[in-house]
Each structure stands twice: as C-alpha cells, then as structure tokens.
Design a protein around this ligand. Structure first.
Ligand code: GDP
Length: 451
C-alpha cells in the first residue's frame, strides 16, 4: 500500500479540496465526522486501501492525509466551521492574517514566508506517518497570489526534501478570454517557471472549459465554483483509483508517469472525462464503452481550452471505471487509432496506456453526484497545450512592455530580472512543444535504423 499526501493552497486549492474530500468520503463510506459508515449491503473490503489517502488515528476514525494552507483565514475558516469540520485534523488547517492581494511575490516572499515553515513542518509530520509514501498531489490556481507564490515556494522545498517522490499538480490556469485579475499573466508565468522544477506532472484545468461543459453538456444553468470543483474532483478520483482500490487492470501512478512524460519539461496534461449525462437521460440506457472512449477525444470535452486537433498527441492514458469489458476497451482503442482527427507524433505513434477498475464513478448529474455504469477519464500529453502558453506569454508581454503593475511585485521582495527569467522559460517551453511535434527527418530515421 502506498500513500499520497494532498496539499491544497490558496482559495481555489482549498475549495477544490472540499469537493475532492467529499467525493473520497462518499467512495470510501466515510462520514463527515471521519467515522466509517457501516450499513447493510456495504462491502467493508472497499476500505482496505483507503489508508492510502486517509489516516486511521483511532479505531474507526479517519482523517484525510491532507493539508490546507492559505495566507487569508477566510476560506479555511469555512472548513473549520463547516459540515466537514471534524473530518480534518485541525493542525493541518494553516492560515495567516492577510490575503496575498493577487501578487505572486506576496505569496512567495513576504506573507508566504510567515507560514512556510509551519506548513513544511506539518507536511513532514504527515510524510513521517506514512509507511511507503508515493508522493504529493498539489492543488492551486495560478491566477491568485497565494496559489501561485506560496505554492511555488512549497514545490521548491518539496523537490529538495522529497526528490524521489512523485509530485503531481492539479492547477487551475487562467482562461484565454476571461481574466479575473489584471496581474494574472504575471502570476501564471512565474508559477509556470517554478513548477517546471518543482512538479513532475501537471493536470491543467481551465475554469472556462469546465464551465462550458457544465452549461452545455449537463444543462446546469449557472454553474457555481462548487459545481466546477466537483468536476475537478472526478478527475482526481480517477487518477487515484489505482492507489485507493484493488483492480486487475489498474495502472499505477508511476507507470502512468513513465508513459505520459517523454521529456521532463513536457509535463502539462490535458484531461477529459465521459460520460456527461443530463438529468433527463440518466435513467435511459447509458453510453457504451466505445461511445465514452470516443467522446473523451472531443475538443468540447477537454478541461483545458485548447484544440487537440491543432496539435499532436504524444501519449494518452485512459482510466476506465465501472462495468467495463477489457475486450471492448481494446476494440474501441483500435477503432480510435484509425480516426484521422486523432493524430500522434510520428516518434510515438501508438501511445495508449489503459487502466480498468471495477469501482463505479460518481459523476455530476443535475448538481448531484450519482453513480454511472461506466466512465472513462483521459489524461493526455498533446503539443496542443502550447496554445495555453502562447496566450499566457502574449498577455504577459502586453503588460510588461509598459512595466504595468510591476512595482507591486518588486515592492514585495522580488528582483526585476525574475520577470524576464520567467517569461524566457515559458517561451522556451513553447519551443519545446513545437519541436516535439515536428516530424522525424529522414536523417534521424536513418541514424536510428543504423544504430
Ligand atoms: P489565492 O487564494 O490568492 O491563491 O487566489 P485564488 O485561489 O482565489 O485565485 C484566483 C483564481 O482562482 C481565479 O482564476 C479564480 O477564477 C480561481 N478560483 C478561485 N476559487 C475557485 C474555486 O473554488 N474553483 C475554481 N475552479 N476556481 C477558483
């Protein structure tokens, strides 16, 4: 059994955490007070691997292996006083007195430093309580000051102290059209620069993309943050199924990493999931394995606003859950490989990794979580993600050409040169994706054959 520790930073990271732990509790029959629910017809074996994410602190009482960190106390106070107040260990809810005002350097240098040491100390305690720590899941947004700045500090320290452990980010990046703060491009560029040295893999989330999915596919009229977060939680649920539940064809995290990351810098993943079922269709026949496999390649279903048809896939990991017949999966994948809209780089032409678990998925149906017969979550590495960085660097350049708002950052302990270092790194990243998509030349082919 391997454990993971979830680190939730800033408002977004924490609110996503609320949705995620609610879903984990549902899946592991753990009640809001941390007690196991023992009811008729419940298979208690289901809990045998729950200790990968929950710690049993006394007989039958579980607390999440998680930590919530924010410079601003408001959002964590809601957790402290909310429905799940007895679930979380109070020592693992860490706050300071002020918010980071959307400024990276306040989260990174000034305010963040006030709670960095205590946060790292708690993380170390959580790590020490594990028998076989596999790694960390880190949740944040890049738009805010705490999520971008403090999270960058935490990642840097983790990569020093836990170099060999897996570090996976679930990160809300800014949407291409909507900006929630003017300085979002600065924060995002700086976070991206630090994450390249702090994380191994990042699941890129775009609020606008999930908002559109909730609105268009699920008929939710005005999706709220909590709806969006339930959606993100489903991806985390699929990603961690292999750690939390036994399964014959489960794919573990390390295998997934090996298959998804051809080069360390190309670590930004696009995710999608299926089925999306509206309330009206929930009781009708549910989509087949082929239908759900096909639908995760639809660009309207991607959780990042970029069009995979304008790039090439390097690898795809398909995580199936529920009533799934493996032969049907293999047949579906074979059919998908023949589609012209799904193009792979020529140096890795069939990069599919498959995981199957019998554990059913809870999914969002008319604002409620309900079990579906079968589901799939796709995590893919596509060169199309560079569209996100092009957009980010364009917006950064617009601001920085005039040095607009830069004084807020420099006034909080940052050097002016950090702006140019960070944007250079993002530009290099765009180039890396470009090169990955270029067809292998005759010469390179010849060298390979000759060798
Ligand atoms: P921080 O606390 O300083 O890190 O700031 P925030 O986490 O509020 O960052 C602002 C960004 O996060 C904006 O792009 C918001 O749209 C996004 N955001 C804030 N709260 C949530 C949330 O609960 N869910 C999602 N999906 N996005 C959020």
């Amino acid at each position: 059994m391997k454990e993971i520790i979830c680190i939730h930073v800033g408002q977004c990271g924490i609110q996503v955490g609320n949705a995620q732990w609610e879903l984990f509790c549902l899946e592991h029959y753990i009640q809001p007070d941390g007690q196991i629910f023992r009811g008729e017809g419940i298979n208690n074996e289901i809990n045998e691997d729950s200790s990968s994410i929950f710690q049993e602190i006394k007989l039958g009482k579980y607390v999440p292996r998680s930590i919530f960190i924010d410079t601003d106390p408001m959002v964590v106070d809601e957790v402290r006083n909310g429905r799940y107040k007895s679930l979380f260990h109070p020592d693992n809810l860490i706050t300071f007195k002020e918010d980071a005002s959307n400024i990276f350097s306040r989260g990174f240098h000034t305010l963040g430093k006030e709670i960095l040491d205590i946060s790292l100390d708690r993380i170390r305690k959580l790590a020490d309580s594990c028998n076989n720590l596999q790694g960390f899941f880190i949740f944040n947004s890049t738009g805010g000051g705490t999520g971008s700045g403090l999270c960058s500090q935490i990642m840097s320290r983790l990569s020093n102290d836990y170099n060999k452990k897996v570090k996976l980010g679930i990160t809300v990046f800014p949407s291409p059209q909507i900006s929630t703060t003017v300085v979002e491009p600065y924060n995002s560029v700086m976070f991206t620069h630090y994450q390249l040295y702090g994380l191994d893999l990042n699941i890129v989330i775009d609020n606008q993309a999930i908002y559109d999915i909730c609105h268009n596919n699920l008929d939710i009229e005005n999706p709220s943050y909590s709806n969006l977060n339930q959606f993100i939680a489903q991806i985390v649920s699929s990603l961690t199924t292999s750690i939390r539940f036994n399964g014959t064809l489960n794919t573990n995290l390390n295998e997934m990493f090996t298959n998804l990351i051809p080069y360390p810098r190309l670590q930004f993943m696009i995710s999608s999931s299926a089925p999306y079922i509206s309330y009206e269709n929930y009781c009708c026949q549910q989509p087949s394995t082929y239908q759900i496999s096909n639908s995760v390649f639809d660009s309207n279903n991607m959780m990042a606003k970029c069009d995979p048809r304008k790039g090439k896939y390097m690898a795809c990991c398909m995580l199936y859950k529920g009533d799934i017949v493996p032969q049907e999966v293999y047949k579906s994948i074979a059919q998908l490989k023949t589609k012209r809209t799904i193009e792979f780089v020529d140096w890795c032409p069939t990069g599919f990794k498959i995981g199957i678990s019998r554990q059913p998925q809870f999914t969002l149906i008319q604002k409620n979580l309900k079990q579906v017969e079968r589901s799939v979550c796709m995590i893919s590495n596509s060169t199309a993600i560079s569209q996100l960085f092009e957009n980010m660097s364009y917006k950064f350049d617009q601001l920085y050409a005039k040095r607009a708002f830069a004084h807020w950052f420099v006034g909080e302990g940052m050097e002016e040169c950090e702006f140019s270092e960070s944007i250079e790194d993002v530009r290099a990243l765009i180039k890396d994706y470009e090169e990955a998509g270029v067809e292998t030349s005759e010469e390179e082919n010849f060298v390979e054959e000759y060798e």
